[in-house]
Ligand binder design. Structure first.
Ligand code: BGC
Length: 384
């Protein structure tokens, strides 16, 4: 049932064309022990190693339609059997990246890869060391969620010098860097979603409300913006494009406050509590660049005695389980599904393709999905 839902929801989300030439049927082996959860990982160890185990083969009823080309519905990565893959995550404490890495590890391991995952602890110097260690060990491919996107050039050069392909995920290197990979023939790619789309979806969700966000009818949408880490393009684009969607939709906007919350729930709560104290009823909308911060914002909103859907709107991005439940319950106006299944599967496919000696585009895209009360239950069924 979940797989069928995945097929429907994800069939339009993958830009598989860039991974052309991979039409083989997915492996039916699966290791179903991993349930993505949004809890903060208890595990403080910086390294986590698992090895693929094909022993528990299960019948996969969708196997005939699963293609290896970045199929969001496949149970196991293909083309990774026997590969040694190093994965660097910017920070294990990040809720969304916990979902992402859990699925990435499960999927690669189910495909028979040997996977080692490191926690960069939000420190680029620490992550750079971890990458150097992987290079010394001679892994076949690296999958890297940079701490700082601006480190891409240095990391790419180190990997290229050691002849190790690198698949960047989640934090997008800039266009000049991606172009360099093409001109210099470097085996590097970025797999991710276009954050402009998630911002636009947030704005569109608001435009679909009865008063288009102008609750008090004064002719303008007065909002508070809670940003992620502003160095990250996801934060920059979500901030810009949520508001652009409103102005493109004919609304006048007023920014009451904009603060960096660094993707963090406690920061989201603090920022919104302050904004509500300082601006009171003038705040009609709270935009958060991610759901973790939106969950914090909701705590502040409830403490202030405000009611989402009645006297304030609240929007996030990611579709964390708790946020989806809030959308269902009317406590959040909407969120945007940041498809960690599609992204992790496409990253695994890119790793397999590089290891097989193929050349890849420098950008492999996965779509977001708009989430409102209408489809939140469907997405919740999918991610649980
Ligand atoms: C997610 C955030 C996450 C960030 C990490 C974004 O795409 O929406 O929740 O904190 O990635 O880089």
């Amino acid at each position: 049932m979940k797989k069928r839902l995945l097929s429907v929801l994800l069939s339009t989300t993958m830009i598989a064309a860039v991974l052309a030439g991979c039409g083989s049927t997915a492996s039916s082996s699966s290791q179903d022990t991993t349930t993505p959860a949004e809890e903060t990982p208890a595990d403080d160890g910086a390294t986590d190693t698992t090895t693929g185990d094909d022993a528990n083969a299960e019948t996969d009823t969708n196997a005939g339609t699963d293609t290896a080309a970045a199929d969001g519905t496949a149970d196991a990565a293909t083309g990774v059997e026997g590969l040694d893959i190093g994965v660097c995550i910017y920070n294990f404490a990040d809720n969304f990246m916990t979902l992402y890495r859990t699925e990435l590890e499960r999927y690669l391991t189910a495909g028979g890869a040997s996977v080692t995952i490191t926690d960069g602890k939000n420190d680029q110097a620490e992550q750079t060391n971890q990458i150097q260690n992987f290079i010394t060990e001679g892994v076949d491919v690296l999958i890297v969620n940079l701490v700082q996107s601006s480190a891409a050039e240095q990391i790419t050069d180190q990997c290229a010098a050691a002849n190790i392909p690198v698949v960047f995920i989640n934090r997008e290197p800039d266009d000049a860097e991606k172009e360099r990979w093409t001109t210099e023939g470097i085996k590097a790619t970025y797999v991710g979603a276009d954050a402009r789309q998630s911002g636009t979806f947030q704005g569109e969700i608001l435009l679909a409300t009865p008063n288009k966000g102008d609750i008090n009818g004064d002719g303008k949408v007065s909002y508070v913006m809670v940003q992620g880490d502003p160095e990250n393009v996801d934060a920059q684009y979500r901030t810009e494009f949520s508001i652009k969607a409103l102005t493109d939709g004919g609304m006048t906007v007023e920014e009451l406050d904009k603060q960096r919350g660094d993707w963090d729930q406690a920061r989201g709560q603090e920022i919104v509590a302050n904004a509500l104290t300082n601006q009171g009823d003038a705040v009609e909308v709270v935009f958060c660049n991610n759901d973790a911060m939106a969950l914090g914002a909701l705590q502040a909103i409830e403490t202030a005695g405000r009611v989402v859907g009645e006297d304030i709107y609240l929007l996030g991005v990611d579709a964390l389980t708790e946020a989806l439940q809030n959308v269902i319950d009317g406590k959040m106006t909407g969120t945007v599904f940041n498809d960690h299944f599609g992204q992790s599967h496409a990253a695994a496919q890119a790793a397999a393709d590089f290891a097989a000696g193929k050349d890849l585009e420098t950008l492999i895209g996965v779509d977001y999905i708009k989430v409102t009360q209408e489809n939140a239950q469907e997405i919740l069924d999918l991610v649980q």
